[in-house]
Structures are given as structure tokens and as C-alpha cells.
Design a protein. Structure first.
Length: 242
């Protein structure tokens, strides 16, 4: 499969490249700084990556880069960039929509605050105490809902460097909702109390960058299980069917 990664030198992007190469995909890296990219790649990996150095805000450059790609993964930018982050995502999505030789499978990065809180009508990003910049993920999600593309939005908690997990621990994924057990009694909480409760549980949402990257690469098929959905990830330590 031909996969382009925008933001390929970031913590998630560089892992997407390395794992994609190992899986036998044809990987393209869209970056601002090729020196940084080559410093991160092994000699073997560097031989197997097509590198495009250009302006991610230039519609023509992005459209050209998307030609004949089977999937695009947007790992560029972050919510703290505000309007710039939203413009980055909008530009890439817009070019995906109009590039006739792009197949239409897109992953973008969000955060756990985008996921539905079971038994309530809320998502975390809209609750008191959540950083207001997180709502830029809401704006990107709204943009995706307007497109005909086959997309998914990855919504992890805090991403961390690779960690050793016991053999029996597995990655647990959810569509649309938080991937940790939530008691039904939360429906009786105030908004502030719901927020406080979630803050107390956020460590359970820590997930390794490598696992986030692997999950996206494992779900690139069109009309798959997570098409047009928000995706939550956590480690299931309890071996319980949820």
C-alpha cells in the first residue's frame, strides 16, 4: 500500500514511517526538514522512504504529494497551535477531496477528550477544566464530518515512549467512546464533577506511540470497522469483556 505521512518527523510520524517500512508499505514522508528526517531514520529505512520537502500549507504541493496514494496519515501540528493546526488539517483534507487519484482513506490525530463519555451527553473537551486549546480537535472533527472521505480520528490519551507490558496485556480499542470502564452513576454528576472524575482516571489512557502507530497502519482498509469514527485506545489489564 502507498501511504503518505504528514508530519513524519514528529513522535508519532517517525514511528509510522519505521513501522510502515517494516510492514512492506511504500512510505512517503512530507516534511519541512529533510535533515531531521534522515537523522531519525536508519540507513535501511532511509533507502525505502520517498521524501517530499515542501510547505504543508501550500495546496498545490499537498495535492501533488497525494497523487496515487492509498492512504494519508496526518500527524502534523498540535492543538496548541490553534488556528494554524486547524488550517493544516483543513488544507490536507481539502486536497484529499479534490485529488482524483487519491483513494480516500485518511487518519488524523485527535485526543481522548473528543470521545463520548458513557451515560452522559458530554465529551471531555467541552467540560470545565479541560484546556481550551483541545477544542481545536473538535473543529477538526467537525471538518471530517463534512467530507465524503473514508476517515478515522485517533483519540489517545497521553502518548508515551515504548513501555514493557506483561504478555497478557492487550490493546483495547473503542469506537466513539472512552476505552475505560465508566460507572453508570456518572450520569448524576455535575459537569465539574465529571471532569474531575476523568482527570483522576487519565493515567489509564496512557498508550505508547508505537501502539498508536501500529493501530493506524493495521486499519487502512476502506470501509473498515473504524471508518468515519473516533477511536479510543487503552491497555486492558483486566481481561474482561467490556
Amino acid at each position: 500500500m502507498k501511504i503518505i505521512v504528514f508530519g513524519a518527523t514528529g513522535n508519532t510520524g517517525k514511528r509510522l514511517l519505521a513501522q510502515g517500512i517494516k510492514m512492506g508499505h511504500e512510505m512517503t514522508a512530507f516534511v519541512r526538514n529533510s535533515e531531521k528526517l534522515y537523522a531519525q531514520l536508519s540507513e535501511h529505512s532511509a533507502m525505502h522512504v520517498k521524501v517530499i520537502v515542501d510547505d504543508i500549507m501550500d495546496p498545490v504541493s499537498v495535492a501533488k504529494a497525494l497523487a496515487h496514494q492509498d492512504a494519508a496519515i496526518i500527524a502534523a501540528g498540535h492543538a496548541g497551535q490553534g488556528d494554524e493546526f486547524v488550517r493544516i488539517v483543513d488544507n490536507i483534507i481539502s486536497q484529499c477531496e479534490i485529488q482524483p487519484s487519491f483513494s480516500g482513506r485518511v487518519w488524523i490525530m485527535g485526543g481522548a477528550g473528543l470521545l463520548d463519555i458513557p451515560y452522559t451527553e458530554f465529551i471531555g473537551n467541552n467540560l470545565p477544566g479541560f484546556p481550551p486549546e483541545y477544542r481545536n480537535h473538535n473543529r477538526n472533527f467537525e471538518r471530517l464530518q463534512q467530507t465524503h472521505l473514508d476517515w478515522s480520528i485517533m483519540c489517545p490519551g497521553t502518548m508515551i515512549n515504548s513501555i514493557e507490558q506483561p504478555d497478557e496485556v492487550r490493546l483495547y480499542a473503542t469506537a466513539e467512546t472512552l476505552p475505560i470502564p465508566i460507572p453508570e452513576t456518572i450520569k448524576d454528576f455535575s459537569e465539574a464533577d465529571i471532569a474531575g472524575y476523568l482527570f483522576s482516571r487519565f493515567q489509564e489512557l496512557n498508550v505508547a506511540y508505537e501502539d498508536v502507530a501500529a493501530f493506524m497502519l493495521d486499519h487502512l482498509e476502506l470501509e473498515g470497522a473504524f471508518a468515519r469514527k473516533r477511536v479510543g485506545l487503552a491497555y486492558d489489564h483486566d481481561h474482561k469483556d467490556r
